[in-house]
Ligand binder design. Structure first.
Ligand code: HEC
Length: 146
């Protein structure tokens, strides 16, 4: 039982590593992995994107129109990832689609309702995550405007 709780908490912490490494190693080894964990540049960017889009969601719900595309998001094309991840062509195309969708949120001339543009963006976060990093998906789904 203790072991299970540890595995679960490690899985949450290392949402993207769970398949690759943490599951079958012993609890003791996991402790070491935990001590050495440092978020990658990409993980930091992702957390920043999460926080920003949560703010955008609240703005939209409050009736405000977000107007400024956060240029930092373009780092998705270059940010360093944890060593077990690579930028393959699937990743490239998802990042491009995602950036286009995110930009469209700030396009004040668009005829598509703002909520729809926002949800399209969040669904692209989810689509990319389905290809390689499923851990954060339940959290990302909470961004969707219902
Ligand atoms: C092009 C693919 C792609 C898109 C689009 C994408 N992600 Fe990610 N996300 C990743 C990858 C890959 C990682 C793992 C990064 C690493 O560990 O280096 C990640 C990690 C995360 C994490 C975990 C960070 C951590 O602390 O380990 C969160 C949260 C996250 N993404 C949220 C989002 C949100 C919110 C969006 C949309 C606004 C989004 N992602 C869009 C690929 C993507």
């Amino acid at each position: 039982m203790k072991y299970l709780v540890l595995v679960l908490s490690i899985c949450i912490l290392f949402s993207c590593k769970q398949n690759e490494e943490t599951q079958e190693v012993t609890a003791k080894q996991e402790k070491i992995v935990y001590d050495m964990y440092e978020p990658s540049e990409m993980a930091n960017l992702m957390n920043q994107m999460y926080a920003h889009n949560l703010k955008v969601k609240n703005d939209i719900l409050a009736g405000n129109v977000p107007t400024e595309f956060p240029l930092d998001f373009l780092k998705i094309h270059s940010a360093e990832m944890s060593e077990f991840k690579e930028r393959n062509t699937v990743f490239q195309s998802f990042s491009e689609l995602f950036i286009e969708a995110e930009k469209d949120i700030y396009n004040t001339e668009s005829t598509v309702p703002l909520e729809d543009r926002f949800n399209t963006t969040v669904n692209l976060c989810i689509s990319c995550h389905q290809t390689e990093c499923t851990g954060p998906i339940p959290r990302i789904k909470k961004l969707l405007i219902k």
